[in-house]
Design a binder for this molecule. Structure first.
Ligand SMILES: NC(=O)c1ccc[n+]([C@@H]2O[C@H](COP(=O)([O-])OP(=O)(O)OC[C@H]3O[C@@H](n4cnc5c(N)ncnc54)[C@H](OP(=O)(O)O)[C@@H]3O)[C@@H](O)[C@H]2O)c1
Length: 137
């Protein structure tokens, strides 16, 4: 599935630990936030950036620290924390990318509103592929 979205190569985290393959990367974009910046540091190139979609207090401190010291940086990005106007602009950009078929979406499952509890239970298992949709008729 990940290859069908455009990835050149894929590493299955249940079989291989990419932090132990000896390679270094300019950017590590952590979209699940299951590990710490310190665990990725050796896998970053000299001026590499660790970007996380999941922010917690420890990462917040590391972001401040790395903004002042060292060449490897920790950063985070949370769409939900952006001002409404900015989110609206992103939404319009996203709509355009979808219209041009430059972005592919993955829908794991759809649940009617009445089954929102089941939908939450499923998402909370932490293994959904793409998005779960609640349909409102
Ligand atoms: N910053 C933002 O704007 C933003 C926006 C949305 C969500 N988030 C946050 O991002 C996090 C992820 O959310 P999500 O919607 O993607 O749902 P999720 O349920 O946390 O992620 C599910 C996916 O993560 C994979 N996964 C689980 N453990 C993994 C690991 N140790 N290494 C690599 N992949 C792993 C699963 O693959 P398998 O099934 O193969 O295990 C599955 O494909 C949440 O903490 C959420 O709050 C942030």
């Amino acid at each position: 599935m990940v290859k069908s979205l455009g990835a050149d190569s894929v590493i299955d985290y249940t079989k291989d630990d990419f932090t132990k393959n000896g390679k270094q990367y300019d950017i590590i974009f952590d979209t699940v936030g299951k590990r710490l910046f310190s665990q990725y540091k050796n896998s970053l190139t000299k001026n590499g950036i660790y970007l996380s979609a999941v922010i917690d207090f420890r990462l917040f401190l590391q972001m401040i620290w790395t903004s002042l010291f060292g060449s490897k940086k920790a950063k985070s990005s949370a769409t939900g924390m952006l001002p409404v106007q900015r989110r609206l602009e992103y939404f319009i950009d996203l709509k355009e990318l979808l219209r041009m078929a430059k972005i592919k979406t993955v829908i794991d499952n759809c649940y009617p509103l009445l089954q929102v509890t089941e939908a939450h239970r499923y998402v909370e298992k932490g293994h959904k592929k793409g998005n779960v949709v609640i349909t409102i008729n």
